[in-house]
Design a protein around this ligand. Structure first.
Ligand code: SAH
Ligand code: SF4
Ligand code: F3S
Length: 470
């Protein structure tokens, strides 16, 4: 921890009851960051801050940042420039950079943006109040050292009232040669099954219906926890955790993300098929269709192993939706290796794929390799890939036509308040009219059987079953 005296000394009491002014959080990056932001917003509200209506009016601005690719990192600098300017006129403005850019850059962020009050890595999210108290005592604070993540003692301020994220494992122990995550998120740290279940029990009493368990490689859960079963199998695997948390009354659905093919066992697939609340959507990045590229990426599986996982999922859960992440133009990727990626996408038929061109990242091996791919080829490969992904996803969408899907209502459609919106078990966004023919009104939290009538790229629309003669 570095705590240097700052130029401005803010006199504020840390009494919780004191009104602290307004806060604004902008979140970049993945679900892990979104979950951290909800917890940090909870901490700020616990301290007496209120959510600001506009970013440029807030008394405290926090950017929770992402550095997975260069463009994600650059975005935050332009946001910061604007706030640094504002701080010249409003010296009491508190400016915070949290998340993965904060961890990567640490103290050097203070040199780049001297107006910053606090730079804090993702492992410090639950310590926001302690860190802000140091800022209030007149320090500029950098918190980026590796720590054991403490359990959050406050109540997260969750964006949804129906769906909640629950962290189960922090960090990543893989060493994919392109990826910055292990260096910014640190070693794997699994929460105990008891702490996870306690949080889910609490969420159920608050009325949450859907839980998404979160981890960078969630299927690696538990490797740092003790326990071997009588049969000699490791206890506390992710499969054990799913069974352990499944039966919480009030929770209707359980999801999880992200899965790593290296740890996705048949036992996990069988358990997902057995547990009724477990939704049939699996996000399993494969990154490349070429075994040579997978090896250069140090992914630890072959494309044949990946296909076996998908085949088994589909055998046990034929309706399952499968999504993935892919990188094109990894150093040394030849045209024919790129074609292998395209053909896997056709062969598997993904419901959606997050695509990206390779971006060299600091402190990663591949960034220093001489065989980098030219920008123009990156752009061309990404364009071709995206066209294919869109076409395949559209074909896959066709299977919903005329089907009856169970929708968990999350909210009113913000663009049309006569409609409700929710998701299928396979995670498709779905809209339908609020009032059924029999005058039944539905509301957020309800599970409704909806007959799908229209299909668009990213959503479905339909009518509740009570509109038809059942
Ligand atoms: N832990 C997950 C992925 C987390 S990072 C896994 O291993 O599957 C999210 C995605 O960002 C990755 O799946 C990858 O597709 C992409 N990504 C990571 N580093 C990247 C880089 N340097 N350039 C381009 N995309 C990258
Ligand atoms: Fe990055 Fe690989 Fe870890 Fe995923 S498994 S977060 S891609 S290092
Ligand atoms: Fe980005 Fe950090 Fe997530 S780099 S993708 S916010 S783990």
């Amino acid at each position: 921890m570095i705590a240097t005296p700052s130029k401005q000394i803010h006199q504020q009491s840390s009494q919780k009851t004191l009104k602290k002014g307004s806060y604004w959080i902008t979140t970049f990056g993945c679900q892990m960051n979104k979950a951290d932001s909800e917890r940090m917003a909870g901490i700020l509200e616990g301290m007496g801050y209120k959510q600001a209506e506009k970013e440029l009016q807030a008394d405290l601005v926090l950017y929770n940042t992402c550095t997975i690719r260069d463009n994600a990192e650059q975005k935050v600098y332009s946001y910061l420039g604007r706030q640094a300017q504002r701080k010249k006129e409003r010296p009491d403005l508190k400016l915070i950079v949290a998340g993965c850019v904060a961890q990567q850059e640490g103290e050097s962020l203070l040199r780049r943006v001297p107006e910053l009050d606090l730079v804090m890595g993702p492992q410090h999210a639950n310590r926001l109040e302690i860190l802000l108290n140091k800022v209030d005592n007149g320090h500029q604070v950098v918190a980026t050292e590796e720590i054991n993540i403490i359990e959050d003692l406050t109540t997260a301020r969750r964006d949804s009232k129906i769906c909640a994220w629950v962290n189960v494992i922090y960090g990543c122990n893989e060493r994919c040669t392109y990826c910055v995550v292990p260096s910014v998120r640190g070693q794997e740290q699994s929460r105990t099954p008891e702490a996870i279940k306690k949080e889910i029990n609490y969420l159920a009493t608050c009325g949450f219906k859907e839980i998404t368990l979160l981890g960078q490689n969630i299927d690696a859960y538990g490797r740092d926890l003790p326990g071997i079963t009588k049969e000699g199998r490791r206890e506390n695997t992710f499969t054990d955790l799913l069974k352990y948390v499944h039966d919480v009354d009030g929770v209707e659905r359980i999801r999880f993300a992200t899965s790593h093919p290296r740890y996705f066992t048949n036992r996990l697939i069988e358990t997902c098929a057995e547990l009724p609340k477990l939704c049939e959507h699996f996000h399993i990045p494969f990154q490349s269709g070429s075994n040579q590229i997978l090896k250069a990426m140090a992914r630890g599986y072959t494309i044949e192993k990946y296909k076996k996982i998908i085949d088994y999922i589909r055998k046990l859960m034929p309706q399952a939706s499968i999504t993935a992440d892919v990188i094109v133009a990894f150093p040394g990727e030849t045209e024919s290796q790129f074609r292998e990626t395209l053909s896997i996408i056709k062969e598997i038929g993904f419901d959606q794929v997050n695509t990206a061109a390779y971006s060299p990242r600091p402190n990663t091996p591949a960034a220093n390799w001489p065989n980098q791919i030219k920008e123009s080829i990156k752009v061309e490969r990404l364009r071709e890939l995206n066209l294919l992904v869109e076409r395949i996803a559209k074909d896959r969408n066709g299977r919903y036509q005329g089907k009856i899907e169970e929708i968990l209502v999350e909210d009113i459609n913000p663009k049309n308040n006569s409609q409700l919106m929710g998701r299928t078990r396979t995670n498709r966004l779905t809209f339908f009219p609020k009032e059924g023919k029999n005058g039944l009104g539905y509301k957020p939290g309800d599970l409704v059987s909806v007959k799908i009538e229209n299909i668009r790229s990213f959503s479905l629309t339909g009518k509740p079953l009570d509109e038809f003669d059942r």
